[in-house]
Structure formats: structure tokens, C-alpha cells
Ligand binder design. Structure first.
Ligand code: HEC
Length: 336
């Protein structure tokens, strides 16, 4: 062990009665949490244990170790010798989970060097789901400055490639755990981008952006908590609204059409079946209709949030809660 490392380890050991490393006392759930890497452990693990665990043959131990490395390095940047090199090795680990954890770990550190160390994780061959997870991890607020504003590591092409193949399936549990940022101008801007990326603007109008086909979302922040708001977006058919509500038509020949009647004459019903597209009209003769009832399914499509990273979802929530930046939430009032 090099002297400096020995000294550091000894110092830390003396300073605090430290808990044992994950390699010796594996947690009940050995899988790294893919959505909540910042889930803080109460205390830091000893640097020598982290380095040892990084060499483990068990990939779940290596996962925990690289996250521990990030937490430790974020607090004490000089404590772990070769921390950045270790991050780089983890980004190239044969196990995808370890590579993903290396990106999450870089997010905990949030430094330029840490970001540079994990860029290989963006260039490995990935499945669609894996691409989504890597994109979500790289979109941590702490890493954004290193790839959004300039591109010293030439990651824009690999990122575009990942975006083109990525798929995700957000769950309410995972999204409910994300932290919602205060309404700064930068967050409102990103939130507006997310509003457009997820196609919300096809049916809702907020702060002058979008078409008003669906209900007005003004003041939505007064009605719902963050989690309830996310739930209404993830699962639109709970708690159906009357505005823009669809009817369900069953025809005598057994077809089912759900849509909104835009005009009705004696021999023609014009039914718009996609709220975001005025041209999506089906014409029915009222005599063809056997049964008409209010639809129990929302006209708002499912899965819209899957085009966004968790960070973007958080910014979208801030955008909606502040009516597109027009309402200043109390906790943002000191920002000028
Ligand atoms: C195809 C049209 C359409 C799109 C696209 C759409 N919505 Fe909706 N949305 C609706 C309709 C219609 C309702 C009202 C019916 C209902 O409650 O489901 C609604 C309801 C909502 C509600 C609940 C409003 C309330 O007062 O309870 C929220 C919040 C919402 N949408 C947000 C969004 C966000 C955010 C997006 C983008 C990710 C989005 N919507 C995309 C049509 C749409």
C-alpha cells in the first residue's frame, strides 16, 4: 500500500468508527438502485475496502463499490488514490450494471474529470433498455454542464445514437423519488423543452406554448402534489376530466370507436379519434351506432414520459407547477 494511501486510511479510521464495507456485509438487496444512486448511506465506507471490493469477482459487489467510490470521492477528493482511474475501469467493466453504476457514481462526484472517466460507458454496444438507463444516468444535473454546453469529450455523436435506440418504462415509484428542482430560468427552459419533447404541447397550452385541445393546466400546482401530478401524467385514466373527454361508440357491425364528436348532423357523426390531430375524423351514420357511452379511457396517451429522462420529468413538473415560469414558487423567491 502506498504511504499516502496508508496515511489516509489510517486517518479516516481514527477519525471515525467506520462501518464495514459492502464486500463484507452485503446489503439485503445487492442490486444497485438504478433510479436512486444518490440514496445516501449513513456513513462512508473505508477507502481501502472500496478498492478491495472493486476487484471482487461478484459484479453486484463491484456495483456497490463504485457507488461507494463516488460518495467517498465527492466528500474527500484526495482520500482514494487513483479514484478517477478506477471509475474509468468500471465504465469498461464487462458487466453492464457496473458500467451503469460508474456513470451514476460520476454523477455523485459531478466533476469534469469524473465525467471524462466514464465516457466509454456511452460507446459500448447497448440494448434499448440499457441505452435508456445510461442516458438517464448521464442526464444527472451534476453532469449536464460537461456535455450540454460544450463537447470536450466528443460524446454528442454517441449520445445521439443512444437517444435513437433508447426505450424506458418509468414507474411511479421511481419517479416519485426524484427531487424536483426550484424554478430557476434554466430549469423552466429545460422543462419547456421536455413539454415539447413529450408532445404535451399537442394537447395542452402552458405559458403560450402548445394547443389547447385538452384541459387548461393553469394552477395545476395548487391542485396536486408533485407525486400526484406525476401520477396523472403517467396514468391519465385515473380521475377522468370532462374537458375533451371521449365517447365510446359500438357499431351494429361490432366496431368500437372512441373519440370526440366534433359535428353531428341527421345522417352523419364526425368523430375525432385523436385529440392531437384534427384530421383524425371517422364519419358514422347514427343508424350504425348500437351503443354510445362516455369512455373510461383518457384521450391522453400512455407512455408519454418514456421519452424523457428522470431529470427532464422533474423539470417538466417544475415547469407545470409554476405555470411555465409565470408563478414564482415561494422557495424560488430569493433567486434573481
Ligand atoms: C392527445 C392529447 C394529450 C396529450 C398529448 C397530453 N394530454 Fe394531458 N390530458 C389530455 C386530456 C384530454 C386530459 C383530460 C382527461 C383526463 O383527465 O385524462 C388530460 C389531462 C391531463 C392532466 C390532468 C389535469 C387535471 O386537471 O386533472 C395533466 C396533469 C396532464 N394532462 C398533463 C399532460 C402532460 C405533462 C403531457 C405531456 C407529457 C400531456 N398531458 C399530454 C390530453 C392530452
Amino acid at each position: 500500500m502506498p504511504l499516502s494511501r496508508l496515511a489516509a486510511v489510517t486517518l479516516l479510521t481514527i477519525l471515525s468508527g467506520l462501518p464495514s464495507a459492502s464486500s463484507q456485509a452485503p446489503p439485503a438487496n445487492p442490486q444497485p438502485s438504478q433510479t436512486e444512486p444518490s440514496d445516501q448511506r449513513a456513513e462512508l465506507v473505508r477507502p481501502d475496502r472500496i478498492l478491495q471490493a472493486l476487484e471482487s469477482a461478484d459484479s453486484s459487489v463491484r456495483c456497490d463499490a463504485v457507488l461507494d467510490l463516488g460518495r467517498c470521492h465527492a466528500k474527500h477528493p484526495n482520500l482514494i488514490p487513483g479514484a478517477i482511474e478506477s471509475l474509468r475501469r468500471s465504465a469498461n467493466d464487462p458487466s453492464f450494471d457496473v458500467a451503469l453504476a460508474s456513470v451514476q457514481s460520476a454523477g455523485l462526484v459531478g466533476s469534469f474529470q469524473a465525467f471524462g472517466a466514464i465516457t466509454d460507458a456511452l460507446r459500448r454496444p447497448l440494448s434499448a433498455t440499457q441505452a435508456g438507463l445510461i442516458l438517464d444516468a448521464i442526464d444527472a444535473p451534476t453532469l449536464r454542464p460537461f456535455w450540454k454546453t460544450s463537447d470536450p469529450f466528443r460524446v454528442s455523436a454517441p449520445l445521439a445514437e443512444l437517444r435513437s435506440i433508447a426505450t424506458r418504462e418509468h414507474t411511479l415509484e421511481a419517479l416519485a423519488a426524484i427531487s424536483i428542482p426550484p424554478a430557476s430560468p434554466a430549469v423552466i427552459n429545460s422543462g419547456r423543452e421536455a413539454f415539447v419533447t413529450a408532445r404535451c404541447d399537442a394537447c395542452h397550452r402552458v405559458a403560450g406554448y402548445g394547443r389547447a385541445a385538452g384541459p387548461d393546466l393553469r394552477g395545476i400546482g395548487m391542485c396536486y402534489s408533485n407525486t400526484e401530478l406525476i401520477r396523472h401524467i403517467l396514468q391519465p385514466s385515473i380521475d377522468l376530466h370532462d374537458v375533451g373527454r371521449f365517447d365510446r361508440f359500438l357499431t351494429v357491425d361490432g366496431r368500437v370507436i372512441t373519440g370526440h364528436v366534433v359535428s353531428s348532423e341527421s345522417d352523419q357523426l364526425h368523430i375525432q379519434t385523436d385529440l392531437s390531430n384534427p384530421d383524425s375524423v371517422v364519419i358514422l351514420d347514427p343508424k350504425e351506432v348500437e351503443q354510445r357511452s362516455p369512455s373510461t379511457v383518457s384521450p391522453m396517451p400512455l407512455g408519454l414520459l418514456n421519452s424523457l429522462t428522470p431529470t427532464q420529468v422533474a423539470e417538466l413538473v417544475t415547469f407545470l407547477r409554476s405555470d411555465g415560469g409565470q408563478l414564482a414558487p415561494p422557495d424560488a423567491s430569493h433567486e434573481h
